[in-house]
Design a protein around this ligand. Sequence first.
Ligand SMILES: Cc1cc2nc3c(=O)[nH]c(=O)nc-3n(C[C@H](O)[C@H](O)[C@H](O)COP(=O)(O)OP(=O)(O)OC[C@H]3O[C@@H](n4cnc5c(N)ncnc54)[C@H](O)[C@@H]3O)c2cc1C
Length: 303
Amino acid sequence: MIKLPHVLVIAERPDAIAELTAGAAGLAEKVTLVYSGAREAAVNAAAAYYAGTLESHSFLSYLPSIAALVRELRPQLVLTEATKNGRAAAAAAAAAAGTSVQTDAVSLSLEDGRVSTQRMVYGGAAFQTQSGLGETAVVCAAAGLFEAGEKQPAAQIFELEPHSAGVRLLERRTKEEKSVNLNAAKIVIGAGRGFGCAENLALARELAAVIGAEVGCSRPVAEEEKWMPKEAYIGVSGVMIKPELYIACGISGQVQHMTGVSQARTIVAVNKDSGAPIFEKCDYGIVGDLNTVLKALIQAFKK
Ligand SMILES: Cc1cc2nc3c(=O)[nH]c(=O)nc-3n(C[C@H](O)[C@H](O)[C@H](O)COP(=O)(O)OP(=O)(O)OC[C@H]3O[C@@H](n4cnc5c(N)ncnc54)[C@H](O)[C@@H]3O)c2cc1C
């Protein structure tokens, strides 16, 4: 494969920085990084531009500098993560480069120097191939597009200038709900409507504490029942995750949910209905009432 001369990565979570820069290093001769958060998180880049901790400025105030950097460096590819800020950065980069954004890329290929990507459509039933116009491709990467490899500290770090963006940061408040970091979790327990009520989720949380997992959920658990925050729902319209182990409890296994866990290495399902679709999509299935099964699993893992 002939490598691209230059890829610009824009990321804010340390995991995403490590993954996207590792992926970029496989695609390009030179990697430049724009990042925020911990200063020492800059890895695998010839040059890194630091947007600070975002304590005093919102990420949006760095978009003019990001656009200027795209115009100056003219990279063949801009790679961003699919977070709120990552999507905003992708839009600014695409506008600066006079192209469109290739969104939610689950795969990326390089042919004759042209970047094309695939994204899932129709609830994961089909893939759409995307490619951009012009010299620069702008790709917003879905979780798990690249694996993190060895991390080398960035060779040089420069400060990125914040600008007035029409958005002023007045105050920061901690969210009341426990924040979930499903993208980083190695084990995720998925809670479905089969739990019956919010109080019963204590069982999923107890099992999670015993095995070191995060708890996510299906869309109705967050959107309709409101037993969990919206950021916790997994699936085509929620979070796409790539854990080592996914334990789906009281989840029927509809395609819109399963698309979000299709990259999980092993899927275990607990459902009282032996005919539930999830049993056709899991590696191991336990037919039984989740109240009984989860209590037994908690006892077994505690030993
Ligand atoms: C455009 C669109 C986008 C969507 N996007 C998403 C998405 O991103 N994520 C998502 O999750 N969904 C999404 N959905 C909804 C999706 O189609 C399903 O409706 C949803 O995933 C079902 O959630 P569930 O499995 O928790 O609930 P249900 O379908 O109600 O299933 C509950 C399951 O629990 C089992 N159960 C009940 N009691 C027990 C018990 N005591 N012990 C063990 N098992 C029990 C039942 O047998 C059943 O299989 C989307 C739908 C549409 C139309």
